[in-house]
Design a binder for this molecule. Structure first.
Ligand code: PLP
Length: 414
């Protein structure tokens, strides 16, 4: 028997898609008003973006931080800073945001997908090593959902082969591995300030690095490769305008002051849910040991369909129909390589460039090579997560999950 739910049947959860689940307030309004009153809206002349970059670098303890217009742009900047030759390979994860993948193709390089650990949906040294080749130009590690990758073995592997590592921290502000903040372990790292991330400017991104050479190329790439401040400036190479504007910069600076709150509140709420849900047979929780501080962009369950009938899809259906909780079974639904752009190689006109330069093994998307990916996507249930969750929200989710599982298992509920 399960206890009767004492909570209201449905309560509405704070959402990161509107003010209920965001930390936007007076500070943002004050900085925005200042930008408008001054009338300096470009970051080439204003100070908000510059100040954000200074403070963001200081928080991470890195030498350089540059804002970009989007997380996707920040990743493009990082890839362009690495400067691949056409046909060079970037090893990356089969489970990520498309914005982390398409810029590889724009730089003429080949995304080579590696498998993931089905428990965390993260890449590992072992899955990366399997796909390395003499053409590997960089390794991208994505700290998915706020869960850091196992960076020790990954960095050891990368250093031994002399391959630079790009950290995609779009979902992982404030996450740590063995005490170190994500974004400080690889050669260059990217963050996103999109609406649904830990802090937001609606759209926005940041690229950080300790390497002066990558910093210089990043700065130039964001600025059409114009050598501002140089004795004889020129447009040195092919590049775009990826600058963040001062309106976004003002919001970003105000939001930065709330980042610790956002991270800590998400972690605290997650601890409560983990305590409430531990010990349920067939339900996996995001707890992976003391090397990791997970910063909970989302809270992921893994649902063993053999022990919980209906699996992640069944549980999501119950959560939605009975409790109005919208979770995401299968996260991005299918591995990235199953999207049309990769499956049919749809790029520039009919050329298929740069796939035309790829080794056949680099674009082998056979299911058997990605068992962890398919297993991980099959089992995962992504719960919406938020810094404004109060005890009642966590209790509601916990009871909803427990009651839904009982129902799926066929326990009789009065
Ligand atoms: C959000 C996200 C991106 C892209 O960032 P945008 O700001 O949406 O362009 C890239 N990678 C990951 C892992 C993301 O979650």
């Amino acid at each position: 028997m399960i206890e009767k739910l004492t909570l209201p049947r449905q309560i509405s959860l704070p959402s990161d898609q509107d003010a209920t689940g965001r930390t936007l307030g007076d500070e943002e309004i004050r900085f925005l008003a200042d930008v408008i009153e001054k009338g300096v809206l470009t970051s080439t002349k204003g100070n908000y973006v510059k100040e954000f970059e200074r403070q963001f670098a200081a928080r991470l303890g890195v030498q350089h931080a540059y804002c970009a217009s989007h997380g996707t742009a920040a990743l493009h900047v990082a890839y362009a800073a690495i400067d691949p030759e056409p046909g060079d390979e970037f090893v990356t994860t089969s489970i990520t945001d498309m914005g982390a993948l398409t810029p590889i193709l724009y730089q003429g390089a080949i995304p080579v997908f590696c498998d993931v650990d089905p428990r965390t949906l993260n890449v590992t040294a072992e899955t990366i090593e399997r796909v390395l080749s003499p053409r590997t130009k960089a390794i991208i590690v994505t700290h998915l959902f706020g869960q850091p990758c196992d960076m020790g073995p990954i960095m050891e592997l990368a250093r031994s082969r002399n391959i630079p590592v790009i950290e995609d921290c779009a979902q992982a502000f404030g996450a740590r591995y063995r005490g170190q903040l994500v974004g400080t372990m690889g050669d260059i790292a990217c963050f996103s300030l999109q609406q649904g991330k830990h802090i937001t400017t609606g759209e926005g991104g940041v690229v950080v690095t300790n390497r002066d050479d990558l910093a210089r190329r990043s700065y130039l790439y964001i600025n059409k490769a114009w050598g501002y401040g140089d004795p004889k400036p020129d447009h040195y190479f092919l590049a775009l305008n990826y600058r963040m504007n001062e309106i976004s910069g003002a919001v970003a600076l105000a939001q930065l002051g709330k980042l610790d709150f956002s991270v800590n509140a998400r972690i605290e709420a997650a601890k409560q849910l983990t305590a409430a849900l531990s010990g349920i047979p067939g339900l996996g929780l995001p707890e992976f040991g003391s090397d990791y501080v997970h910063s909970y962009w989302k809270y992921c369950l893994t649902v063993d369909g053999d022990r919980i009938p209906g699996g992640a899809v069944g549980l999501a259906k119950e959560l939605k129909e009975q409790f109005g909780i919208f979770s995401a079974p299968r996260y991005i639904q299918k591995p990235a390589f199953r999207c049309q752009i990769f499956a049919d190689q749809v790029t520039f006109g009919k050329s298929r460039f740069p796939f035309t330069l790829a080794r056949p093994e680099a674009v082998d998307y056979s299911e058997g090579l990605f068992s962890g990916t398919f297993k991980g996507l099959n089992d995962v249930l992504v719960l919406p997560w938020n810094e404004n969750y109060a005890q009642q929200h966590v209790d509601f989710i916990a009871e909803a999950v427990k009651e839904s599982i009982s129902k799926l298992k066929g326990d009789v509920d009065g």
